[in-house]
Design a protein around this ligand. Sequence first.
Ligand code: ASP
Length: 351
Amino acid sequence: MKKNKSSILIIYTGGTIGMKEDPADNTLKPFDFSQILKEVPELSKFACRIDSYSFSPVIDSSDIEPSMWVKLVEIIREKYCFYDGFVILHGTDTMSYSASAISFMIDNLTKPVVFTGSQLPIGVPRTDGKENLISAVEIASAKDDSGRAMVPEVCVYFDCLLMRANRTSKMSSDNFNAFGSPNFPPLAEAGITIRYNTSLIRRPADPDAGPVFKTALDTRVSILKIHPGITPEVVGDILCGPGTRAVIIETYGSGNAPSAKWFLDMVIRAHSMGKVLLNVTQCPSGTVNMNIYATGKSLQKAGVVNGCDSTTESALAKLFVLLGEYSSGTEEDRSCIERELSIDLKGEITC
Ligand code: ASP
């Protein structure tokens, strides 16, 4: 049976991949997206239709805002039935935040959404952008024997690795292997061929039902990174500040925090104010286990939720979506958020 030609939509948001040097002041400036397609003629060799959509203006990803995640989801929603897959070109600085967010904003995804970018602009001879873009398109258009998408997930493709989006972090500001997924193996590796780890790839709960898009986000979340010498004033401002509904506590090792009474008292106070408190580790790999040490145990008793092996990027994105979904601020809503935080929703945690 002859398979239909795949069609891919490339959405260009900005970032180094689409920049070139301005000889006037030697800085990198974005150029028109049509230039990217001109720079990568290899794309026309694919047996698939490739269309593109560019943000206007394009943005350096350090300017990304959750409203742009909503915009991305709206574009995917609008174009969903016209394409087999989506490739999102994005600056590397906040790619893991954006890709994590999109993974929580679409339920029952049946098509690939592959984020990629580059460390060197695509017009530079040694660029990593071409390989990243070409392989991302190949992955986004790949089908299995039954004609379904090979990777119906939100992913990040970078330097020969396809990773689950909500497991990634930017690891290097200057190496080509800029992204890592320390707590979860790659979904695919690109060598002479692209080798898919099919047993790890998530499938939609109902492949014949359409996706569900969620665009209500509540960003009233702060992050408290514990460090030696942290003062009660700083902890109090971040944990108990009036502007937040949730705080991610980035703890040491397997979920430990100072054992000082003032610290625990503040955690208890924040919890009694109705805040959701989530414990993630500062370690790039490994998991929180609040049952090992006394300090972890007392955090658990104070109502802090175990973030398991979540990245901070993923925890933040998950909280934005859950707070948006359970928006009333009631005790009942807080319990729902706390319950969903400890469940693996999109492959983001191992529990
Ligand atoms: N500052 C750029 C950005 O994140 C860096 C990059 O694209 O790699 O948009």
